[in-house]
Design a binder for this molecule. Structure first.
Ligand code: AMP
Ligand code: MG
Length: 341
């Protein structure tokens, strides 16, 4: 199959719509990362997404809709505080998990009685979602476990020859996946941190919790995505705490004698590592800048080095929670073995 990359135009949107109606999957830009989209009502299209990505079949998908879409078509209950969150943050990088059964293909939520719904703000995503006027499930357009894509070229690297069309909407401004927030209970619970932070949500609705999975409890985890290795570059990685940058320096010096090494750190430390003569990838100064650059830097690292040494940024809280979550997963996560879930 030939994979075409096309700018978002009335013609490419028509083409994308035809592919979607034929049960195909196409890649679409959003403000967070690129998504691999398919018709949420079509079992075969949904199954194709799992196959093409190599995604574990118990990791549910997010349905994307345009801002005028009638949510009652796909959810069972809309708590009043969820409306407040939509008014405050959507369209934007926030996914809400609602009670929902039997409204879209059963393969979307992998047997959970909830549905994750997102209204992206990216103009190209909105234009595409308006054109198709159905919910589109769109996980990140990367091979499962690999670094998420923030450009059409990243998508092409992973899916060349496997999907017919990539709509090119430029480099993603957000850079990390949406905040996933469960709105099925009394108060919102963040299942995956992102650019819409716990603090921002609490300010709008008075309270917000963060979910920490308990793998020992025997209960099914609320956000199955946490069970899997994620975001990993195809090179060896080592992650150091912010305070341990001198250890990172020693490790880099020793390793550079044997292999190609790259360093990933916040701007403040770049000068410190540049003395080694190895490549230093600058993550940026602010948390939003780091979110924007992280995946691009991880993909760049795989082409540059055999060992990536990453140093955690110093700051904590807010958007940094999401950045750290992705950086830690990229460098040290593994699949949680079935016996331990
Ligand atoms: P991705 O589409 O690759 O960004 O991943 C989607 C994320 O949303 C994963 O972490 C899923 O576990 C999570 N997710 C999707 N649907 C649900 C749901 N119904 N309940 C809880 N988490 C969900
Ligand atoms: Mg993903």
């Amino acid at each position: 199959m030939k994979t075409e990359i096309k700018n978002v135009t009335p013609e490419s949107l028509r083409e994308a719509k035809n592919f979607i109606n034929a049960g195909e999957v196409v890649a679409i830009p959003t403000e967070t990362v690129y998504g691999l989209g398919g018709n949420a009502f079509n079992d075969e299209a949904v199954k194709k997404i799992f196959t093409v990505k190599g995604r574990p079949n118990d990791n549910p998908l997010i349905a994307h809709v345009h801002s005028g879409y009638d949510l009652s078509k796909i959810i069972d209950y809309d708590p009043p505080y969820a409306k407040k969150l939509r008014d405050a943050f959507l369209p934007g990088p926030l996914t809400l998990v609602y009670p929902s059964t039997g409204k879209v293909s059963p393969f979307v939520s992998c047997g959970l009685n909830t549905l994750a719904v997102r209204i992206p703000s990216h103009d190209g995503a909105q234009a595409f979602l308006r054109a198709v006027d159905i919910p589109i499930v769109a996980p990140s357009a990367n091979l499962s476990k690999h670094v998420s894509p923030t450009s059409a070229e990243h998508v092409y690297e992973d899916f060349q020859g496997k999907i017919p069309l990539i709509l090119d909407g430029g480099t993603c401004v957000g850079g990390i996946e949406s905040t996933v927030c469960d709105v099925t209970g009394e108060i919102p619970v963040i299942l995956r941190p992102g650019l819409i932070t716990k603090e921002m949500i609490a300010e709008v609705v008075g309270a917000c919790e963060e979910y920490t999975p308990d793998f020992q409890s025997g209960e099914r985890v609320k956000s199955p995505g946490v069970l899997y290795k994620h975001y990993a570059p195809r090179c060896e990685t080592a992650l150091f705490a912010a305070g341990a940058w001198t250890d990172a320096l020693e490790k880099a010096k020793a390793a550079a004698k044997e292999k190609r090494v790259a360093i990933l750190c916040e701007s403040e430390l770049v000068g410190t590592f540049q003395v080694l003569g190895v490549t230093v990838l600058d993550l940026g100064r602010t948390a939003t800048e780091m979110a924007n650059r992280l995946y691009g830097a991880l993909r760049e690292a795989e082409g540059l080095c055999e060992l990536l040494i990453a140093i955690e940024p110093k700051a904590r809280g807010g958007v940094m929670t999401g950045v750290l979550n992705r950086l830690q997963k990229a460098c040290i996560s593994t699949d949680i073995p079935h016996g331990k879930r």
